[in-house]
Design a protein around this ligand. Structure first.
Ligand code: ADP
Length: 273
């Protein structure tokens, strides 16, 4: 077990008229090697939840264990936790700020106090892992790049910290279909090559369905479903109630059936009617 959330609650603006319960008794276990799709409507609590995974947000109540450390304890070493759990925010390219791509990616490793040689290796490797040409791009400004490429630089900066778990919050938001497919392809490769544990946050079934092996569905701050991808797809009626896009579900159930998975024919027929 790499991350465990126990009875997690989070309330924004506690005690004032804008009070909002964003996480409602969330229990979740993330195991080493998991590739999880965290899905749910806008406002269901996904971003709030993932910001708890590396100690960026402190729960109102509940406990978070990361790699054996209870990070909700006062004396927890949060620096170490942030290195173990790399979080790629929404629109991460907004956080690029260095004059060269190399410096931007090197920023985190430098803060770890690593040698120049080790930093060089990490920058090069992480650029290669996200499909960026090291020699061609290292001395360029990140601001010369396309939206999709900038995002890769930002992801490379997190990978360069060598996290055990990589959490990506809506990594395809605002990209065109090509940029979206490219980023998702890079994420899949990363999982296959590096064996890193991944949590991919998305409001789109379509994005996650083809990649992940486990789906966690959030609804109104709660975990509404948590199962293997194909098991979640079998529960089409519940997904429909959660407003998660029936036509897409039909399409992907077909996809899974074609791959020989045990999807009920009656569900497919009903969905198509
Ligand atoms: P998601 O990532 O699934 O879109 P969020 O975690 O961003 O969901 O939001 C969960 C709930 O918390 C929503 O109702 C949202 O309006 C509320 N919320 C999120 N951020 C804040 C904030 N900074 N202040 C107050 N309420 C917030």
């Amino acid at each position: 077990m790499i991350i465990k959330l126990n009875n997690l609650n989070y309330i924004y603006n506690s005690g004032n008229p804008f009070e909002k319960k964003a996480l409602d008794n969330v229990n979740l276990e993330i195991k080493e090697g998991d590739f999880i799709g965290l899905i749910g409507h806008t406002g269901s609590g996904k971003s709030t939840m993932v910001q708890h995974l590396n100690g960026l947000m402190k729960p109102t109540t509940g406990q978070i264990i990361v790699d054996g450390i209870d990070i909700t304890q006062k004396d927890a070493n949060l620096k170490e936790v942030r290195q173990k759990v790399g979080l790629v925010f929404q629109y991460p390219e907004h956080q690029l700020f260095e004059e060269t791509i190399y410096k931007d990616i090197a920023f985190g490793p430098k803060n770890l106090g690593l040698s120049d040689e080790e930093i060089h290796i990490r920058v090069k490797n992480s650029m290669e892992l996200v499909g960026l040409d090291f020699e061609y791009l290292k001395d360029r400004s990140p601001f010369e790049l396309s939206g999709g490429q900038k995002r890769r630089v930002a992801i490379a900066g997190v990978i360069a910290m060598k996290p055990k778990v990589l959490v990506l919050d809506e990594p395809t938001a605002g990209l065109d279909p090509r940029g979206r497919d490219e980023i998702l392809g890079e994420i899949q490769k990363l999982y296959e090559k590096e064996g890193i544990t991944i949590v991919l946050v998305s409001h789109s079934m379509e994005d996650v369905a083809k990649l992940v092996n486990r789906i966690v569905v959030m609804h109104r701050g709660r975990v509404a479903m948590d199962d293997e991808t194909r098991e979640v797809f079998k529960r089409a009626e519940e997904l429909e109630k959660l407003g998660l896009g029936v036509p897409q579900i039909t399409r992907f159930m077909k996809h899974f059936k074609e791959k020989g998975n045990d999807i009920r024919d009656d569900i497919l027929t009903v969905e198509e009617a």
